[in-house]
Design a protein around this ligand. Structure first.
Ligand code: DQA
Length: 144
């Protein structure tokens, strides 16, 4: 099983970015733990973080034939990027939406996710542990 992991804008600053909201764990630490979990589940991971919408789409297009599934935290693009939404629909990979915070309990503009209906599941409000949970959810959904 091969899983593509995409992280969107500002997630490279995890650990120092608004720690009261996102915690102190860095993206490198999240990636390290996720890769460990993936290895134990016999899953190959390719993980990328990009700030640009087009850069995320380029990776999605390039990796679409390698990957069997997608984990994506689109950051703020979640709330308005129809391009990313269409990209996920275009590659037709089973995808899980991830958010460290619970976007339903924050500012009103965050309550809307335009990618929600092109994903088969979502994990939010679990902090860094949400990535591992999302990987397990993806595998469960793909295998069921
Ligand atoms: C986020 C939530 C988004 O609203 C925000 O723009 C982010 C991070 C999260 O992981 O909680 O950048 O996706």
């Amino acid at each position: 099983m091969k899983v593509l992991v995409l992280n969107g804008p500002n997630l490279n600053l995890l650990g120092e970015r608004e720690p009261a909201v996102y915690g102190r764990t860095t993206l490198a630490e999240i990636d390290r733990d996720l890769k460990k979990l993936a290895k134990s589940l016999r899953v190959s991971l390719r993980s990328y973080q990009r700030n640009g919408e087009g850069e995320l789409l380029d990776i999605l297009h390039k990796q679409r034939n390698w990957a069997d599934g997608l984990l994506i935290n689109p950051g703020a693009y979640t709330h308005y990027s129809y391009a990313l939404r269409d990209g996920i629909a275009s590659v037709a990979l089973p995808a899980i939406e991830i958010h460290l915070s619970d976007i339903r309990k924050r500012e009103p503009f965050r309550r809307k996710s335009v990618i929600r209906d092109v994903c088969i599941g979502r994990v939010m409000g679990k902090g860094p542990d949400g990535y591992g949970e999302a990987l397990k959810l993806l595998l469960k959904k793909i295998r069921s």
